[in-house]
Write a protein that binds this ligand. Sequence first.
Ligand code: NAP
Length: 291
Amino acid sequence: MKNKLLNKKITIIGLGLIGGSIAMALKEKGFTSITGFSRTKSTLEKAKSIKAIDKIASSPAEAVENSDLVIICTPISKVKDILIKIKNHIKIGCVVTDVASTKEEIINFAQKISPKQVIFIGGHPMAGKETSGLVNANKKLFQNCTWCLVPTTTNTARGMEIVKSIVKKLGGKPLIINPKIHDEAVTTISHLPFILSAITVFLACKQKNWNTAQKLASGGFRDITRLAGGNTQMHTDICLTNSKNIVAILNSLTDEINKLILLIQKNERGKLFQFFELIKIQRKESLCLMK
Ligand code: NAP
């Protein structure tokens, strides 16, 4: 299996932060046949010049010809379009996966449109950065990261084994997960944090004393606003492809904020203290579980 894996023909579509990092990590592990396609010619040329890919393709259809494994690493909102463009050009038994941060919508679409011979397995590496593009790609990005794998109705045991082996080669830890549970789980641990981060920056910048506040801002402001500096297209796509869960969590947030407002207005020192104390314990417990 080991050498067979290294000789597999792999196609990566979308050579940005995640696609570029996958390509670089696979090349480092000794994979010999990686074809790349990306939107911009200069990205493709750069990927070839740094030896992240072996071959440049001029279209998604050309990129997947004879491929054993296709990894779609475009923005979430482009994945469906890529699936449509490649579906009639994939060879029998080829495994297709993606890395998109939301899963239910893409999985439903892939199951509906994939021809019988295509095996689609959803993927999502729980790794990333606030920067984007090939220029920020890093072959070590996936070291020890949990990599969600979402089986579909097109799934086969062989297909899942191939994707799992590739994830392990990249340094990731595969976790099989249902798409609905995935999207619900990432709403609180990933989506709510970047929304709160963005709102904090928005409110800070529009306050009338912002010029002074800017001079006072230090570690706390930097920590909570870090995620707001992330990939704008990804944040927009996430909001629109996980809308039900995000709207629900924002409604809960509004309820919790309203409760806090009441405690503050009523000068409820004891209840406020209890609230922050409880949250401190819960945070400590949740961080322990993360290890
Ligand atoms: P990124 O750095 O912006 O890379 C996306 C790349 O896709 C761009 O470099 C662009 O390439 C290419 N692209 C755009 N439209 C395309 C199209 N129609 N056809 C082919 N290529 C196209 O974004 P990213 O962070 O790598 O995100 C990619 C995927 O990974 C997203 O689905 C995201 O949800 C997921 N993800 C991201 C993170 C994270 O933290 N960033 C973590 C886990 C998963 P050009 O340079 O050629 O224009």
